[in-house]
Design a protein around this ligand. Structure first.
Ligand code: ASP
Length: 298
């Protein structure tokens, strides 16, 4: 069954999840893309380097025509609503919209007002969800043979503001991960976790890392905070260093969705080290977004 919206992980059936992850890994390993001619629009109202580019490259590899709308320069600054913008684009032939927006929950809000036949992908809404990041993270781990059921996966840092963490908690739980541990300074622990997700919490990074198979580091999202951050203190307590990483299993993978604050949440040495998956995540991002397009434009 083809997908008509990807707003959060809950929107996906188990079959969709399996198909997207398997297809991501197959594409990474050289499978032929299912080329189709459709028009997709990238609508980005928040800064982005890798996500926007990776959606665009994925679309081009499938032969889609890509329209890049620069939010701040569109008619929306003249007061046009997002729904009007989407309806206008759809009237011109756009069949798929990829939306990044600073407002948490905006994709859920507009879902029932979309023009018929326009598919929507949430590329990150405020502190809400970022389902394609979670899917590409899971595909990256799958391609390396990580057994989710037996794994301890630690998510570290600014969980409160992280849509990446939220979507990852939802997806890792759906994939049956045995132990999802959250580690953050008290004020940055999430206010809620997605429905049905069981997590452990740790108040120090060192303890959280014990026996970890995967550690997912998060960026400190200063732009979503009112208060300032004591960067040196944060790094001292929560920065992932080579020394700290020795608490985890010797083959523990290190992930970060980017952009990284090097020297704050992660040192250069760890980010560039043999256990780091940062660039593999970026490489997989194209395959996963191709797999998602395939699921939506079938
Ligand atoms: N790139 C990710 C996002 O858009 C993570 C981050 O910005 O920290 O949510």
């Amino acid at each position: 069954m083809s997908l008509n919206a990807l707003i959060d992980i809950d929107a996906l059936s188990d079959q969709h999840i399996e198909r997207i992850i398997d297809r991501s890994v197959a594409l990474l390993n050289g499978a032929e893309p299912l080329i189709r001619s459709h028009i997709m629009a990238n609508l980005f109202f928040e800064p982005s380097t890798r996500t926007r580019t990776s959606f665009e490259i994925a679309a081009r590899r499938l032969g889609l025509t890509v329209i890049n709308m620069d939010g701040p320069r569109s008619s929306m600054t003249k007061g046009e609503s997002l729904i009007d913008t989407l309806a206008t684009l759809h009237a011109m032939g756009v069949e798929l919209a990829v939306l990044r927006h600073g407002q948490t929950g905006i994709c859920h809000e507009i879902l029932n007002h979309l023009p018929d036949g326009l598919a929507l992908i949430n590329a990150g809404d405020g502190c809400g969800n970022h389902p394609t990041q979670a899917l590409l993270d899971a595909a990256t781990l799958t391609s390396l043979g990580v057994a989710f059921r037996d794994a301890k996966i630690v998510i570290v840092g600014d969980l409160r503001h992280s849509r990446v963490a939220r979507s990852n908690m939802a997806l890792l739980s759906r994939l049956g991960v045995g132990n999802i541990t959250l580690a953050a300074p008290e004020p940055w622990l999430p206010e809620t976790v997605p429905d049905g997700v069981m997590v452990s919490q740790s108040s120090t990074l060192d303890d959280a890392l014990d026996d970890a198979d995967v550690v997912m580091m998060l960026r400190v999202q200063q732009e979503r905070m009112d208060e300032g951050v004591d960067w040196a203190a944060y790094h001292a307590d929560w920065g992932l260093t080579t020394q700290r990483l020795t608490r985890a299993k010797p083959d523990c993978w290190v992930m970060h969705p980017g952009p990284m604050n090097r020297g704050i949440e992660i040192t250069d040495e760890v980010a560039g080290g043999a256990q780091s998956l940062v660039l593999k995540q970026v490489q997989m991002s194209v395959c996963t977004r191709m797999a998602i397009f395939e699921s939506m434009l079938a």
